[in-house]
Design a protein around this ligand. Structure first.
Ligand SMILES: [Zn+2]
Length: 371
């Protein structure tokens, strides 16, 4: 079967729904934690199931280099390799190539991109075709086309070139994907164009003309202002099909989630909740704070008074802060469990608000805490 999206509620431009795939269902809006190298850092697939994670993002760039897509393919894809029965989405590897290998280590041409491995310095190449083949070996339920993500700010010429190349590559990626005849897998196209409205519009039209199972907005949440990002979303989302999933790549801060859903985004991913956790930055209903602050040294209260996560149910800020400052590996793990739980519950709350017509209430509360 091909992927489908049933919209079950709307409030303004915001939508709640259910994505159905051969693997099962994904309730939207939905946050995807990032499992860069085959695990959400410090967690296991059992933890993810306990947290209620529906779909995990895997990074093609890292997995193709270590342990290699063929190894993972032989061991049952990411599902078998990591023993995970939920959904998996993989990126194409392009974003990591451009962000991890700046300057002389990356050579871009019409055929693809050649880069030096961050692990061993070896030379590798990704093409629109090989990115599809690798993601199929990884067994991704949803795979992304190889795109060119221009940094922001970029000149219009750089953005134009990224849009052109992304469109040309998307055509090749779609042909390769369809030729595989794997109807249980899905493929999303990516709209580029920076914060340039007309370029975004053109990129959307060219991506739609090829035709994908869903559409992502790439090249946002890369350092531009929040207002510029939201204006770009507002200008681009109305061009995308109502009844297909819309994925905003790389966004996952609490206020960003609420604002993006309000404009009609269904899916998002971000390393922020997990990266924050490892550095002791805690997400809570009252905003984020640094657990290392002295005031938490003997604080006999949970990370968030309102949180029902397994960490907040048992351990005090004082204990968790102690583990963190003495570098116990348990600390990043427990703080990650809390931050991912908190983010997932926020998204569930946003979904319920869309269903109940009360998104504005959630938005004003999160704006007060995180604005
Ligand atoms: Zn908690």
């Amino acid at each position: 079967m091909t992927l489908s999206l049933e919209l079950t509620a709307r409030e303004g431009l915001a939508r709640a729904g259910v994505i159905r795939t051969a693997r099962g269902e994904i309730r939207t809006p939905c946050f995807m934690p990032v499992g860069t190298r085959g695990a959400v850092r410090t967690l296991s697939s059992a933890d993810l199931a306990d947290l209620g994670v529906q779909i995990v993002l895997g990074n093609t760039y890292h997995l193709m280099l270590k342990p290699g897509a063929e190894v993972i393919g032989r061991l049952g894809g990411l599902h078998g390799f990591t023993d995970w029965s939920g959904h998996v989405l993989t990126d194409s590897g392009g974003y990591q190539v451009f962000s991890l290998e700046p300057g002389g280590n990356v050579a871009l041409d019409d055929g693809g991109v050649t880069f030096r491995s961050t692990y061993d310095g070896g030379t590798h190449r990704l093409t629109p075709e090989s990115a599809v083949e690798i993601q199929t070996l990884l067994g991704a339920d949803i795979q992304m086309v190889l795109d060119v993500c221009a940094p922001l700010p970029s000149s219009r010429e750089v953005l134009r070139s990224a849009v052109d190349r992304t469109a040309a590559w998307a055509t090749r990626a779609r042909a390769t994907f369809l030729a595989q005849e794997r109807p249980e897998l899905s493929q999303f196209g990516i709209v580029q164009g920076g914060t340039d409205g007309p370029l975004r519009q053109e990129s959307a039209e060219r991506t739609l003309a090829i035709g994908f199972d869903g559409y992502a907005l790439g090249g946002l949440s890369v350092g531009e202002s929040r207002d510029a990002m939201l204006a770009t979303l507002a200008a681009t989302l109305p061009l995308l099909p109502e009844h297909q999933p819309r994925y905003l790549m790389g966004l996952g801060d609490p206020l960003g989630i609420v604002e993006a859903v309000a404009l009609g985004i269904d899916l998002f991913d971000c390393v922020l909740p997990t990266r924050f956790a490892r550095h002791g930055t805690i997400l809570s209903g009252e905003g984020r704070y640094n657990l290392k602050r002295a005031e938490n040294t003997s604080a006999d209260r949970p990370l968030d008074d309102e949180c029902a996560c397994p960490v907040c149910a048992r351990w005090s800020r004082a204990y968790l802060r102690h583990l963190l400052v003495v570098d116990e590996p348990t600390a990043p793990r427990l703080l990650t469990l809390h931050n991912v739980w908190w983010t997932l519950r926020l998204v569930e709350e946003v979904r319920a608000a869309v269903e109940g017509g009360s998104l504005e209430g959630v938005r004003s509360r999160i704006t007060a805490a995180y604005g």
